[in-house]
Design a binder for this molecule. Structure first.
Ligand SMILES: NC(=O)c1ccc[n+]([C@@H]2O[C@H](COP(=O)([O-])OP(=O)(O)OC[C@H]3O[C@@H](n4cnc5c(N)ncnc54)[C@H](OP(=O)(O)O)[C@@H]3O)[C@@H](O)[C@H]2O)c1
Length: 226
């Protein structure tokens, strides 16, 4: 199995790489700094290959797809993990829309363009899995005020998950959104649960059997309300 994780030099992404490698996957650990990707990959083990990817870079996504095609001939798992701007300092009524736009570029258009770029490789797998790392902050059911850039971007990512799942069902590509819960990373801050616990629900969705769910929203393998 060839698996790719974005934003994997630290936090939940790095731990997802560690857990997928432990399951025997060849893991493409991507980060916007190749140096950071190399350091993180070296720490995990030999089946983890560092590659550079900034998810806002369209040409970079195309180059990466070409490189993976040449080296591995396909891709089985894509984990869209990279995200920014947990904007606890903002409210929707006064939000800086440039910040909202910037968050969407990484958190929504990033996963979207990368999935498009890698789709020929994922289709070739016949059993591909795409995991969009989302958040309960994007749940419309629970939507209140606050963190407008982040919440909007995750709600949009959930919508994208539904569309991609519907359009890729016939190709055997299962696409799901996963909330890792509140996790003690740079983004989550202290007090959250251990990174390994947040990552395991993502790995669950990345390793679903062929008759597993698609177009769902989960935490720890259990459905969350949209
Ligand atoms: N932590 C939580 O409590 C929590 C809760 C719910 C959902 N989540 C979600 O879980 C995922 C991982 O979060 P985390 O807590 O591990 O966050 P984190 O510690 O802040 O790590 C974010 C990662 O994304 C990378 N990144 C940011 N912009 C990027 C770009 N343009 N291209 C490529 N990589 C980029 C960062 O790379 P650099 O090092 O280069 O900045 C970093 O590796 C995110 O989708 C987040 O929304 C987290």
């Amino acid at each position: 199995m060839i698996s790719l994780v974005t934003g994997a030099n630290r936090g939940i992404g790095r731990e997802v790489c560690r857990q997928l490698a432990a399951l025997g996957h060849t893991v493409l650990l991507t980060a916007r700094s190749l140096e950071a990707a190399t350091a993180a990959a070296r720490e995990i083990g030999p089946d983890v290959r560092p590659m550079r990817l900034d998810v806002t870079d369209e040409a970079g996504a195309a180059r990466l797809a070409q490189e993976i095609d040449e080296r591995y001939g396909g891709l089985d798992v894509l984990v869209n993990n990279a995200a920014i701007t947990y904007d606890t300092w903002q409210r929707a009524i006064t939000a800086d829309l440039d910040v909202v736009r910037e968050a969407a570029e990484t958190n929504v258009y990033g996963p979207w363009r990368l999935t498009q770029a890698l789709l020929p490789l994922l289709r070739r797998s016949g059993h591909a899995r795409v995991v969009n790392v989302s958040s309960e902050a994007g749940s419309l059911t629970g939507m209140g005020g606050g963190t407008p850039a982040y919440s909007l971007s995750k709600a949009a990512l959930n919508a994208l998950t539904r569309m991609l799942a519907a359009e890729l069902r016939a190709d055997g590509v299962l696409v799901n959104a996963v909330c890792p819960g509140w996790v003690a990373t740079d983004m989550g801050g202290p007090g959250g649960r251990p990174v390994a616990d947040g990552a395991s629900g993502i790995v669950w969705a990345a390793t679903l059997p062929d008759d597993g769910p698609t177009g769902g929203f989960f935490r720890d393998g259990r459905p969350l309300p949209w």
